[in-house]
Design a protein around this ligand. Structure first.
Ligand code: ADP
Length: 222
């Protein structure tokens, strides 16, 4: 079996994080830990926790740090993540989350292999987000230019493929602005620590995946 990996994937909305993280998780046989997917599943399940998260999500606002950190801590302490690693998608997004992650990984003796910044311009991000569609059951991502083979039925699980509730113009602009203000500084922070690689997010999903796997494997062999 291929060795596992412990990765953080950064990149603005529309860079293709979700799509690539699902593929990377299959490649390295590790869990894909997407905070957005965890919150959407809680909203769908109608739990009290989901109702609280939904208020922030619909407005395009970040869920408070202490809630997100608790969710990630719980997930990374599970046996699969401890044994093989994880692909973190959508976390950390603020300095407080990055510090909390550092602390968590140090306590558990699980250092990161690599942080990848998937780079895309704001203009390209906006046009990708307008076209984004997602399976409401398994979270597989499509686009109006890469549809499922049967219209709006997921190729992976047969679920309904829809536009995300928070992919409205106002919520997208808010999320991109938050990314520039709160998450971009983390890129420099990881770069100074020597764990960052920048990858061009433009290309087919297959091309981008190859770039990412080469970066990870190169780092592991170094
Ligand atoms: P996107 O990358 O398009 O913003 P995600 O699926 O990663 O979408 O996240 C959807 C929503 O979930 C965010 O707008 C936010 O409300 C919440 N969320 C996800 N991850 C975090 C996080 N690390 N910190 C705070 N809120 C988060």
């Amino acid at each position: 079996m291929v060795p596992g990996a412990r990765l953080v994937i950064l990149g603005r909305q529309g860079a293709g994080k979700g799509t690539q993280c699902m593929r990377l998780a299959r490649h390295y046989v590790v869990p894909h830990v997407s905070t957005g997917d965890i919150f959407r599943a809680a909203v769908k399940a109608g739990s009290e926790f989901g109702r609280r998260a939904e208020e922030y999500m619909v407005a395009g606002q970040l869920v408070p740090d202490e809630i997100v950190v608790g969710v990630v801590r719980e997930r990374l302490c599970q046996r699969d993540a401890k044994a093989r690693g994880f692909i973190l998608d959508g976390f950390p997004r603020t300095a407080a989350q990055a510090f909390a992650l550092d602390e968590m990984l140090e306590e558990e003796g699980m250092p990161l292999d690599l942080t990848i910044d998937l780079e895309i311009s704001e203009e390209d991000a906006l046009s990708r987000l307008a076209a984004r569609r997602v399976c409401s059951t398994c979270a597989t991502i499509y686009s109006t230019s890469r549809r499922p083979s049967i219209d709006w039925t997921c190729d992976n699980c047969g679920g309904e493929v829809v536009q995300r509730q928070d992919d409205t113009e106002g919520a997208i602009r808010k999320r991109l602005a938050d990314y520039n203000e709160l998450t971009t500084p983390l890129i420099d922070w990881y770069e100074r620590r020597g764990t960052l690689v920048r990858i061009d997010a433009i290309g087919t999903p297959e091309e981008v995946l190859v770039r990412m796997v080469q970066a990870v494997d190169g780092r592991k062999q170094a």
